[in-house]
Ligand binder design. Structure first.
Ligand code: PMP
Length: 362
């Protein structure tokens, strides 16, 4: 009797809770990829009068949007017979593709070799090594220099038997990941009501792939904005209608900004309706705002994307559904982004409002 009444109280208590969607068990690391939540950012939505939605790519099993591309480039190499059991995957990466690849390689039994610019955070290098990858941090030089990390990765793969350089920048299996997974997920999550999509680019796979899918599904109605950090050439490329202007300046953001139009971006560059350039101060402030207001802990490229989504909402007018990407979590950068000293060294102390300074605890 007592047990029954306790059960009925418990039932009532549970039925008043929000519904939690439960998914079926999945097959290993690869089965856990994708199907990330689309989070409505409540405070920013209220401020703009539009719905600002952010796709939580940091919830992929390897922790970033690049898990998707990592799986697709490895599958592509397998399908083309470029790698066989026990082989080696070699890649040049700012870190996240490497981390995705290191996971995929462990899951599939491949070795993983990573070349990355030595400007990237120590956290990413440490994680890659913990995942069993062989890591070569090399001087950060431009793509036209033969010592650029990508060319070094390509040469490394050539020296080995049964090895492939997955070439994420120009291998269009990367953008296919987003045409076949990220784009359709966003479309489904919003029942096709997507007025705008904006994100930054490293390889351009995410922006181009999602743009291609959304433009096709919406008959061209979904607006696409590029979000670019300082020092990248793509903002001026879009704004000038296709002129590549020499790169200048730098940014605290990692993994984004580009000095050329990659093969992933090329087929879809005409789908981009406009471009926004987001100063580092705005991105840094947004990292802290997202933490304080939404309890969301993400890195600088995610924050830059959210700033761009807010600007896009203002440009398109109220009542719209604007989508962007939360590329990865802040754990990968916390020794920088939450360090008072580091922030000061970048001249960005004033970017963080007084009431948010308490989060800079390192
Ligand atoms: N954000 C972060 C943190 C990244 O590492 C990357 C990829 N380098 C991107 C965004 C950009 O993604 P994509 O390569 O698809 O343009």
């Amino acid at each position: 009797m007592l047990r029954n009444s306790v059960l009925s109280i418990a039932k009532r208590a549970y039925s008043s809770q929000p519904v939690i969607s439960v998914s079926k068990p999945v097959e290993g690391f690869i089965g856990a990829l994708g199907n990330t939540p689309l989070i409505r950012l409540n405070r920013l939505s209220k401020e703009t009068g539009s719905n600002i939605y952010a796709k939580a790519e940091f919830m992929n099993p390897g922790g970033s949007v690049k898990d998707r591309a990592a799986l697709f480039v490895v599958k592509d190499a397998e399908e083309k017979g470029l790698i066989k059991a026990g082989g080696t995957v070699v890649e040049g990466t700012a870190g996240n593709t490497g981390i995705g690849l290191a996971h995929v390689c462990r899951a599939k039994g491949y070795k993983c070799v990573i070349y990355m610019p030595n400007t990237q955070s120590q956290e990413k290098i440490d994680l890659l090594r913990m995942l069993g990858a062989e890591v070569y941090p090399v001087p950060a030089v431009a793509f036209d220099n033969p010592e650029n990390y990508n060319h070094q990765a390509a040469r490394h793969a050539k020296r080995l038997d049964n090895a492939v350089w997955t070439n994420q920048f120009d291998n269009t299996a990367n953008r296919r990941a987003h045409i076949e997974t990220t784009g359709p997920e966003i479309w489904k999550q919003l029942d096709g009501q997507v007025d705008g999509f904006t994100c930054s680019t490293g390889t351009g796979g995410t922006l181009a792939g999602v743009a291609r899918f959304l433009k096709e599904k919406s008959n061209g109605k979904t607006k696409i904005f590029l979000a670019d950090p300082p020092g990248s050439v793509l903002y001026s490329y879009i704004k000038s209608g296709g002129t590549l202007i020499e790169r200048g300046g730098s940014s605290i953001t990692e993994g984004i900004g580009q000095g050329r139009v990659t093969e992933n971006l090329k087929p879809d560059i005409e789908l981009i309706d406009d471009a926004l350039q987001i100063p580092d101060a705005d991105s840094l402030k947004m990292i802290y705002r997202l933490l304080d207001e939404e309890g969301i802990y993400v890195g600088a490229s995610s924050a830059l994307n959210v700033v761009a989504a807010v600007e896009m909402a203002k440009k398109l007018g109220p009542g719209k559904n604007i989508v962007t990407i939360l590329c990865d979590g802040a754990y990968r950068y916390q020794s920088r982004l939450f360090s008072k000293k580091w922030i000061e060294s970048k001249g960005l102390t004033d970017a963080i409002p007084e009431h948010l300074k308490k989060y800079a605890t390192l």
